[in-house]
Design a protein around this ligand. Structure first.
Ligand code: GLN
Length: 448
């Protein structure tokens, strides 16, 4: 893997921090010692894992791709990192991302954009673009991403890799630097379905340090998936009409081919979803509102960039730190988030978005009574050229329509590679009701 990093990294730039080879070798030797006398090796023994740079790693710089946290070294591990280490996994680096996970291309990173290994003039997607690019360039074996509105699935689709956003509350958010807390989930990214299931097994499960963690018995997703692969049940699959119609032709034709394959075995039916025009708006109102509140803590005193405070008012220090520490996209979202929460506008925007979210959830509860899973293209477009979305942010926001639904309703969703158009990857999204990850993995495996 280090040889691959040496060859690819200067072109791809998937990482913000790479653990030096010697250090990793030392860690691996210790690992061998630690498990020398055990009869079975732990499930991730010796496997390299790249971690998105908004997940806290003890003693390893965690920047969120922001100047604000450029020199931040967490004193503790996120729960998912603790679990990976206990399972014998080896963290080999921290991957590039959009600043504070706000973006869809990894271009809002305060450091540099990551490039798509399939076409270096294009973006690998985002915000977990570094993790996806590292996977496809062979610069890691497994990766972690986070997904607030598509940040795992979007880069998975744009790089022809596999990415799963788990059910809200299935994976602990303890140690994940918050963007939109009611939407955020950490999830596995990999080069095949089985690897996803293996990593999900390790990171999922109740954690008392995350108050939104779901209290259920630990599941074995590999076994549950294998059971389904063996039984091969015929499922009811819903084809979401609006999300196909809203996609570019190049994407649509590949996605329909994958659907044909699926429908050759399962029972398919087209289905229609309401209010497609409001989905993206509701998502961005809620995400920005929560972001404005979550990011208030970067005040240069408790968190973030340090400035001299001598003889200066707190408000000036606060303003300086935030002017310098945050990039344009982050500032825009804090301002808009504060706006939709402010007295007089709250009812018009924020409260309405919350009401819409409840309506959408009810609607999908109904849909999931009729269907075991629903499918759509993951992204309605092909990987954008670098710069394309920076020039047209509305286009960028609108391209999230297919993915944000799962976050708004707390449901699990996967993106799997299904083919290429003009040598650019296309992904299919499969979504199911909360805690139905095994069904999603079964379908993903079938299409692999
Ligand atoms: N593109 C979406 C946004 O910018 C999703 C980001 C994410 O999932 N972190 O909010």
């Amino acid at each position: 893997i280090y040889d691959r990093i040496d060859r690819a990294e200067n072109k791809v730039r998937a990482y913000i921090t790479i653990i030096p080879r010697e250090e990793t070798l030392r860690y691996a030797e210790e690992l061998v010692k630690r498990f020398r006398d055990s009869r079975v090796l732990p499930p991730l023994f010796g496997i390299a894992i790249a971690v998105k740079d908004n997940i806290s790693t003890k003693g390893i710089r965690t920047t969120c791709a922001s100047k604000m946290l450029e020199n931040y070294i967490p004193p503790y591990d996120a729960t998912v990192i603790e679990r990976i280490k206990a399972a014998g996994g080896i963290i080999i680096g921290k991957t590039n991302m959009d600043e504070f996970a706000m973006g869809s291309t990894t271009e809002t990173s305060a450091f540099y954009p990551t490039r798509n290994p399939w076409d270096l003039e294009r973006s690998p997607g985002g915000s977990s673009g570094g993790s996806a690019a590292a996977l496809v360039a062979g610069e890691t074996s497994l990766a972690l991403g986070s997904d607030t509105g598509g940040s795992i699935r979007n880069p998975a689709a744009f790089t022809a890799t596999y990415g799963l956003k788990p059910t809200y509350g299935l994976v602990s958010r303890y140690g994940l630097i918050a963007y939109g807390s009611s939407l955020d989930q950490i999830g596995p990214m990999a080069r095949n379905t089985r690897d996803l299931a293996i990593l999900l097994n390790i990171i999922s499960g109740y954690d008392e340090r995350d108050s939104t963690s779901i209290l259920i018995q630990k599941q074995n997703y590999v076994e549950l998936m294998d059971r389904l692969i063996y039984d091969e049940p015929k499922l009811r699959i819903g084809i979401i009409k609006e999300l196909f119609e809203g996609s570019e032709d190049s994407v649509k034709s590949i996605a329909y081919k994958a659907v044909d394959k699926l429908c050759g075995y399962h029972i398919c039916e087209e289905l229609s979803i309401p209010y497609t025009r409001q989905i993206v708006a509701a998502y961005y109102i809620i995400a920005m509102a929560e972001a404005s509140s979550n990011l208030a803590r970067y005040d240069g005193i408790r968190y973030g960039l340090r400035k001299s405070v001598e003889n200066r008012d707190w408000i000036d220090v606060y303003s300086d730190v935030r002017t310098e520490g945050f990039g344009y996209e982050v500032k825009k979202r804090i301002a808009l988030g504060a706006y939709v929460l402010s007295i007089g506008y709250r009812e018009m925007y924020y409260i309405r978005a919350l009401r819409f979210r409840r309506m959408l959830r009810d609607k999908f509860n109904e849909i999931f009574k009729r269907f075991d899973a629903v499918v759509s293209p993951t992204m309605p477009i092909l990987p954008p050229r670098l710069g394309e979305f920076i020039e047209d942010p509305i286009k960028m926001y609108l391209s999230d329509i297919n993915t944000v639904i799962a976050n708004l309703i707390g449901a699990p969703a996967i993106s799997i590679p299904i083919g290429f158009s003009n040598r650019l990857p296309v992904g299919l999204q499969i979504m199911s009701k909360p805690l139905n990850e095994p069904i999603i993995l079964y379908l993903s495996n079938q299409l692999e």
